[in-house]
Every structure is written in structure tokens, then in C-alpha cells.
Design a protein around this ligand. Structure first.
Ligand code: NAD
Length: 478
């Protein structure tokens, strides 16, 4: 298929290329070659986008009937489905995502719009029997113009997780993709506009986080920042947003556990667990990068885990059969290799991997580490690459203390055939989402987000709509 790549900002319902703006070169991680350039927004563009968004909100979007908003979001969902292949190819090029995963994620974005199109007419306030009589009821009102700042690891689906509920609730959105992955965000705005979204309701500003992100976070007219990215940047956003008490929701990093008891179908756990950490080449906030295995099955479990890891197909993201592509940039691979060097220095055992798998592109072999001490960087920090550490445990209580001894609390899995044990452990793990005998973390219909330093607020499900509205109470006297 022929692919037309967007290269300009998306403001007021069309692509626009203000003169004199600098450009960002996009590099295909699989080949290390520049394949296109995209304009980087500057501070003036933030003002223009905000003015357009505020006008669109006041002059129609705020007051559009729920039925009409439902129609538009359904139309966006249908149009996104027509463009799945194009969106998937863009994602493959800009971040090296295997094409099969990229197609699934484009389809997921369409489902997110479909879900929130349906949710619009099912989300509202309550009537309350206040003690003095009269009529008391609550309304859910949109915030106004909100900013969505998204990362490079799942650029398209995470943009949809934020844009769809924000629009459903009646807000206008300024979307800032990561500077290295702007293409699918721009295409989303183009498709949404073709589907009937009025100009100004969704603006897209690619550009550097430090300048454009900060400008959005400190903008006095922007009512909320919905952010997904690293914990360090999330912390900074919260600090900046506190100046005018701007609403924030933060989906941040993770170091999630995968707990396997001896009474589990541990062979199934061992076969499926490599992809619970290595999918997206480990660049996944939900990666189960700390595996706890009950001592009596530790050795056969590790043997099977390593065998399944060796069988993974690392290769060119363009191939349908590829399961793991390259890391996103050379700099990011350097960071992951620093972790591996640290593990080597400290005497960890490399059960497999540790090297570069391809001479060209930013590839790294999926790596299984054993004997990693629990005070080491590889155990404690989010590596965000294809690296896992497996450790044995003897008793449930001390294992749970180790599991929760982390600043993060995003996701995790527990494997056991005992329902009471599964429920006990699921309640005890400090994380926002947890799967029993499964590695599935993300469901469009269910809330997604973290405990502790993995974040504040929830994406997806009806819970996301709370975060894009203010709750107003109205009392009518008798
Ligand atoms: P990042 O924090 O470097 O960047 C995320 C976004 O923030 C980008 O758009 C970037 O341009 C922008 N940004 C950077 N500096 C900024 C600033 N000072 N002010 C405002 N915006 C700024 O993260 P990344 O490297 O793109 O993504 C990887 C991180 O994202 C990992 O830590 C991962 O765990 C996390 N993540 C979390 C979830 C989740 O749902 N919890 C999902 C995906 C990724």
C-alpha cells in the first residue's frame, strides 16, 4: 500500500505548517535510517491551538447533545477501522513495533472510540434524598480544554484512551505525542475530522516534551493534563500543575510481579510468561519483569521459561511472524545495555540473551537473569527493555513483602489452582490491576492505572469519564 505520512501540525481541523518551525527527523529503529520529518510545534502554536480549542468548546462542542456526540464518536470508530493498515504501518515505521501487534493496537483504538460512543448516554449524575427536602441532583460537566501527553511505546492506543473519553465527556483536547512518534496521533485527528469532529475539538502538537509539554501543563486556560509516561516526568507535571491546581491524571512506570505457585498449571505459566515481559521488546509499563517462582518448581520452571524465550522470533517488524522488534532508539538501547553491564558486574547469571541479535537496527536479545539481588538496579528499577529477573520463594508472606517492596504498583499476575490463595494474593499485591492465571492487563471496559508511584487516576472503563468531568451539585428548594 502507498503510505502518505503526515508532516505538519494539526490545528483547527487541518494540517498547518507555520513558517520557520524546526523539524524532527524520524528514524526507523529497524534500519537506523531517517524516513521522514515532522514539524515540531513551538510556544506560539500552543497559543493558537488553545485559542482554537476554547472557541470550538464555547461555540458548540460543550453544548452539543449527547446523541450527536455519540454519532460522531461512532463515526470516528468506523473510520479508524478503515485505516487500520495505514495506522499500523506508521506505528511500525516510527517505533519498530511488529506489524501484527500494530494492527491489533489500531483495532483497539477503534474499539475505545466505540466504547465511549456508547458510554456517553450511560454516564451522568444522581438524585439525592437530602434531609431538608426539595430536589437535589448532581451533574457531570466537562472541564473545557484538556491536554493529553502520551508516550512512544503505545502511541496510538494510548492517544485513543485519552482522547475518546475526554471528547465523550464534552471536552476539547490538545494532544501532544512523543516527539519520536507523532504520525499516528496526527492521523487520528485527520480521520476524526473526516468523520465529522468539528474543527478545533482535537488539535495535535508534536514537539519536545520539555518545551511543548511544559507549556501545556502551565497554560492557565488548560483545565487538566492527562499524562502517560515516566514517573520522573509525571512527578514534574504534578509539581507544575499544582501552581494553578490543574487536574492531573498520571499513568506512570512499573516493575510488575509475576507470581507462580507450585500448585499452578506452571507449564502454561512458563510458556506464556516470556511474552508478559518481552512483548513490545519489554517497552511496556505492565511488563512482568520480576518473576517469583515457588522453590519446589523453580528449576523446571526456569528451564521451560528459557526454552520459550529462545523460541521467540526477534526480527524485522514488517514480517507478520515477528514477535519482538528492535528497541526504539540507539540511546534507549544504550540505557538497557547499561543495566545489563551492571548485572554482569554484580555476578547475575544470564540464563539466555544479553547480546545484540542483529547487526543493523537497535536490536537486543530477550534476556533472562537469575541470582539478581533484590537491592540491585535490575531488580528495583524499570528497565523498559527485554530483561527479566526470576527469583525463587519459599513462603507466601515473605514473597508478598518482596513483591510490595517497590515504589511502583501498576500490574501483575498470580498463578495458582487455589481460588482462596489467588484471591488472598490478588488483594495483598499493591497494584492497580492484577490478573489471575492470565497476563492480560488492559480491557477497554475496565479501569486501568497504578498504585503508589505508578500513577494517579484511571484510564479506560467508565472510571476514565470521572477524570474528564467536574461533579456539580444542584439543589432546588421546595
Ligand atoms: P516520557 O516521560 O519520557 O515521555 C512521555 C511524554 O511526555 C512524551 O510525549 C514526552 O515528550 C513528554 N514529556 C517529556 N518531558 C516533559 C515535560 N517536562 N513536561 C511535559 N511533558 C513532557 O516517557 P516515554 O519514554 O515516552 O515512555 C516510557 C514511560 O512511560 C515508561 O516509564 C512507561 O512505564 C511509561 N508508560 C506508562 C503507561 C501506563 O499506563 N502506566 C503506559 C505506557 C508507558
Amino acid at each position: 500500500m502507498s503510505l502518505t505520512l503526515p508532516s505538519d501540525l494539526f490545528i483547527d481541523g487541518r494540517y498547518t505548517a507555520p513558517s520557520g518551525r524546526s523539524r524532527t527527523s524520524l528514524v526507523n529503529p529497524a534500519t537506523a535510517e531517517v524516513f521522514t520529518e515532522v514539524i515540531a510545534a513551538d510556544l506560539q502554536d500552543v497559543e493558537t491551538a488553545f485559542a482554537g480549542a476554547r472557541k470550538a468548546w464555547e461555540s458548540g462542542w460543550r453544548d452539543l447533545s449527547p446523541g450527536k456526540r455519540t454519532e460522531i464518536l461512532f463515526a470516528i470508530s468506523r473510520k479508524l477501522r478503515e485505516h487500520v493498515e495505514e495506522l499500523a504501518q506508521m506505528e511500525r515505521l516510527q517505533i519498530g513495533k511488529p506489524i501484527g501487534d500494530a494492527r491489533d493496537e489500531a483495532g483497539l483504538g477503534a474499539r475505545v472510540f466505540e466504547y465511549y460512543a456508547g458510554a456517553i448516554t450511560k454516564f451522568g449524575g444522581q438524585t439525592l434524598p437530602v434531609s431538608r427536602g426539595g430536589l437535589d441532583f448532581t451533574l457531570r460537566q466537562p472541564l473545557g480544554v484538556v491536554a493529553a501527553i502520551v508516550p512512544w511505546n503505545f502511541p496510538f492506543p494510548i492517544a485513543c484512551w485519552k482522547v475518546a473519553p475526554a471528547l465523550a465527556a464534552g471536552n476539547c483536547v490538545i494532544l501532544k505525542p512523543a516527539s519520536i512518534s507523532p504520525l499516528t496521533a496526527l492521523k487520528l485527528a485527520e480521520i476524526a475530522t473526516e468523520a465529522g469532529l468539528p474543527p478545533g475539538v482535537l488539535q495535535v502538537l508534536p514537539g519536545p516534551g520539555g518545551r511543548i509539554g511544559d507549556a501545556l501543563v502551565t497554560h492557565p486556560g488548560i483545565r487538566k493534563v492527562s499524562f502517560t509516561g515516566s514517573t520522573d516526568v509525571g512527578r514534574r507535571i504534578m509539581e507544575l500543575a499544582s501552581r494553578d491546581l490543574k487536574r492531573v491524571s498520571l499513568e506512570l512506570g512499573g516493575k510488575s510481579p509475576n507470581i507462580v505457585f507450585a500448585d499452578a498449571d506452571w507449564m502454561r505459566a512458563a510458556d506464556s510468561s516470556p511474552m508478559s515481559v518481552f512483548a513490545n521488546t519489554g517497552q511496556d509499563c505492565c511488563a512482568r519483569s520480576r518473576v517469583f517462582v515457588e522453590k519446589s518448581i523453580f528449576e523446571p520452571f526456569v528451564e521451560r521459561f528459557v526454552k520459550a524465550t529462545r523460541a521467540l522470533k526477534v526480527g524485522d517488524p514488517i514480517e507478520d511472524s515477528t514477535q519482538l522488534g528492535p528497541l526504539v532508539t540507539q540511546a534507549h538501547r544504550d540505557t538497557v545495555e547499561d543495566y545489563l553491564a551492571d548485572a554482569r558486574k554484580r555476578g547475575s547469571v544470564f540464563a539466555c540473551g544479553g547480546g545484540r541479535s542483529h547487526p543493523r537496527g537497535w536490536y537486543l536479545e530477550p534476556t533472562v537473569l537469575l541470582n539478581v539481588r533484590h537491592d540491585e538496579r535490575c531488580w528495583r528499577e524499570e528497565i523498559f527493555g527485554p530483561v527479566v529477573a526470576i527469583t525463587p520463594f519459599e513462603d507466601e508472606a515473605s514473597m508478598l513483602r518482596e513483591v510490595n517492596d517497590s515504589p511502583y504498583g501498576l500490574s501483575g499476575s498470580v498463578w495458582t489452582q487455589s481460588l482462596p490463595k489467588a484471591l488472598r494474593v490478588a488483594r495483598a499485591v499493591e497494584s492497580g490491576v492484577l490478573s489471575i492465571n492470565s497476563h492480560s492487563s488492559v480491557h477497554v471496559e475496565a479501569p486501568f492505572g497504578g498504585f503508589k508511584q505508578s500513577g494517579i487516576g484511571r484510564d479506560l472503563g467508565m472510571a476514565a469519564l470521572d477524570g474528564y468531568t467536574e461533579l456539580k451539585n444542584i439543589y432546588v428548594g421546595e
